[in-house]
Design a protein around this ligand. Structure first.
Ligand SMILES: [Zn+2]
Length: 172
C-alpha cells in the first residue's frame, strides 16, 4: 500500500536551492506583511479579526499581530527569481518586527518606497525552497545571510534617514 501525503518526507516534495549568492533586484513594498493571530500565528481572514482556529477554543478571540510576507526578486548568477520571505527571514534583512515596520511606514509616508531602495542591490546568501503546494511561483526563503561587510538591517538605515533614532535618553 502506498502512503499518500505522509507529512514527514517533505524533502521528496520540496526542492531546495542554494545559489552561491543572490542580489536583490526588486522589492514589493506595497504589501510586506499580513495580519495573523497572535496566539497561533495563522493568517486571519481578511474580512474578520477572529481567528478561525482559536475562536473555537478560546472564550475571547486572540489579538492580532503582523507577520512579514515580503516579496522580492533576486538575481542569481544564472537567472532572476521571485521569492517570498516570511517572518524569520524578513527579520534578518529588516531588523524589526512587521508591526514596528508597519507603524514606521504609517508615520513616514515614503518609508516603504525608501525601504525598497535601501534593499535593492543587497548581496545575500539564500537558501530557497521550491514548494509544490501553495501559490506557486514564489520560492520560499528558508534562510538568508547578508554577505556585505558592514550590512545594516533596513530599519536602522530608515531610522537614520528619517531622523527617528530611538532616543536613549541620557540625563546630562
Ligand atoms: Zn489563532
Amino acid at each position: 500500500m502506498e502512503s499518500v501525503g505522509g507529512g514527514n518526507n517533505s524533502n521528496l516534495r520540496d526542492k531546495i536551492l542554494e545559489p552561491p549568492f543572490c542580489s536583490i533586484v526588486e522589492v514589493d513594498t506595497t504589501s510586506f506583511s499580513y495580519l495573523a493571530c497572535s496566539s497561533c500565528e495563522r493568517p486571519l481572514p481578511v474580512d474578520s479579526p477572529i481567528c478561525r482556529f482559536c475562536s473555537k477554543k478560546c472564550a475571547f478571540p486572540a489579538a492580532s499581530k503582523r507577520l512579514y510576507r515580503l516579496l522580492l526578486s533576486v538575481a542569481t548568477s544564472e537567472t532572476v527569481l521571485p521569492v517570498v520571505c516570511f517572518d524569520r527571514a524578513a527579520r534578518v534583512l529588516i531588523g524589526c518586527s512587521a508591526d514596528e515596520l508597519f507603524d514606521f511606514c504609517k508615520s513616514h509616508s515614503s518609508a516603504a518606497e525608501m525601504m525598497g531602495e535601501i534593499m535593492e542591490g543587497e548581496m545575500l546568501q539564500m537558501t530557497l525552497c521550491e514548494t509544490k503546494k501553495g501559490n506557486g511561483k514564489h520560492l520560499r526563503v528558508v534562510s538568508v545571510v547578508p554577505l556585505r561587510t558592514g550590512f545594516r538591517p533596513t530599519i536602522h538605515t530608515l531610522r537614520t534617514l528619517y531622523g527617528a533614532v530611538v532616543s536613549h535618553r541620557t540625563s546630562t
